[in-house]
Design a protein around this ligand. Structure first.
Ligand SMILES: [Fe+2]
Ligand SMILES: [Fe+2]
Length: 401
């Protein structure tokens, strides 16, 4: 009560700043494993408190890992060799293979970027904000551009992580496969960037939580942590997000762009699962495995709870129109965001199970935050990109019928 009274007496901008600090503090306070805190903490300070990703200039991150050479060039992992073959056959040209001639109107009601009802306008009204029809389309434009901007920033992280992992991984077949992933990620940066700059004419800054994850992976010298973070967590969640947006958007160029990216990403996550499954079960000690298990849980929470699109809030509602707490309520109750969270975690949880990072000791924690229901879904190693697209099309057809 006292806290609310004091906060209420402050000017909106000061209140918003205090709320942001308290939220950042709560991220650290919730981390139970000291090793995980040591790994995420410094990146957290740089991202959440210093906002290093938002200073309008390039960021230097010190990478620490060993390059692993093998002068005997062994064929050592048939599943990775197969992924390498498939990746070579599946290459495409971001310039020539997408229908860039399509003109995109971000405010179009016919070719909507995001479906009607993505936001529950009634929740906004509850908090005293009324958006007219034009503003509703404009905020949809903002949100779509925000999401795609975060995809783009994630792709930059994936590009560098793929390059580092290619050097560091011990499987020679993994190195050859990794070379194709570096090309894939470069192409993803190319197409998302082009779509944002040419079609939506907007680019949002990197979200602080995403920055923290990328920063902590870049500076972690252990290749399997980079793998876990990038190939399983970030890419696994991105794959879920791409799939949701693919089935929801009515904008044909974006849909085709996402379809092609999903086909590539499915291989990336599959590779992550294969590499880590062997490593976690055969190479790591139990305490090392536990540390990864806790780390994965904390990062899952960070991503589940904290992707609140504050960059859109700052643009639209900061300065008193809505408080950050009210905005959180709007985002948490937005039907479109709920679907996103569900699909993202239905992809992630089975992969963690498959690589051995969902032991009985951590299950109650996943249960507590409602993520355990995805336990029985298929892992990326049992799915192909084509199968995923067919599934998404089937579900969309069923919904339309
Ligand atoms: Fe990618
Ligand atoms: Fe990827």
């Amino acid at each position: 009560m006292i806290k609310e009274a004091v906060m209420g007496a402050l000017p909106p901008r000061v209140r918003e700043q205090i709320d942001a600090w308290m939220e950042a503090m709560s991220v650290f306070a919730e981390i139970r494993d000291p090793k995980v805190l040591a790994s995420l903490g410094p990146a957290g300070v740089r991202g959440l408190l210093l906002h290093r990703g938002k200073q309008g200039r390039p960021t230097e991150m010190r990478a620490r890992h060993s390059a692993h050479f093998d002068w005997t060039y062994p064929s050592d992992q048939p599943e990775m060799a197969d992924l390498y073959r498939r990746a070579k056959a599946g290459q495409w040209d971001g310039e020539k293979d997408l229908p860039w001639h399509i003109s995109v109107d971000p405010l179009s009601t016919e070719h909507r970027l995001l479906p009607e009802g993505f936001f529950d306008l009634a929740v906004l009204e509850e908090h005293g904000v009324h958006l007219d029809a034009k503003e509703q389309m404009q905020i949809t434009h903002s949100l779509a551009a925000w999401m795609l901007s975060q995809f783009l920033h994630g792709e930059q992280g994936a590009l560098f992580a793929a390059a580092q992992v290619t050097e560091a991984v011990q499987f020679f077949d993994g190195k050859l496969y990794g070379a194709t992933q570096v090309v894939d990620e470069g192409r993803h940066v190319e197409v998302f960037n082009r779509y944002l700059s040419d079609k939506l004419e907007r680019l949002y800054q990197v979200n602080d939580n995403l920055f923290v994850i990328i920063d902590s992976l870049m500076s972690d010298g252990r290749w399997d942590m980079k793998f876990l973070g990038m190939q399983i967590m970030v890419e696994g969640l991105a794959l879920g997000a791409f799939g949701t947006l693919y089935s929801q958007t009515r904008e044909p160029l974006l849909k085709e762009l996402l379809r092609r990216v999903i086909l590539d990403e499915a291989r990336h996550v599959h590779y992550g699962v294969v590499a880590l499954r062997e490593h976690v079960t055969k190479e790591l000690s139990e305490s090392e495995r536990r540390e990864r298990e806790d780390w994965a849980f904390e990062v899952a929470l960070l991503m589940r709870n904290r992707f609140m699109a504050y960059e859109v809030y700052d643009e639209w509602f900061a300065g008193g129109r809505l408080s950050r707490a009210q905005w959180r309520d709007v985002v948490e109750r937005a039907p479109g965001m709920t679907t996103f969270r569900q699909v993202m975690f239905s992809r992630l949880v089975p992969n963690l199970r498959e690589i051995g990072l969902l032991s009985p000791r951590i299950l109650p924690h996943y249960d507590r935050v409602g993520l355990l229901r995805y336990m029985g879904e298929k892992a990326a190693s049992e799915l192909t990109g084509e199968g995923m697209i067919a599934d998404l099309d089937r579900t969309a057809l069923a919904r339309a019928a």
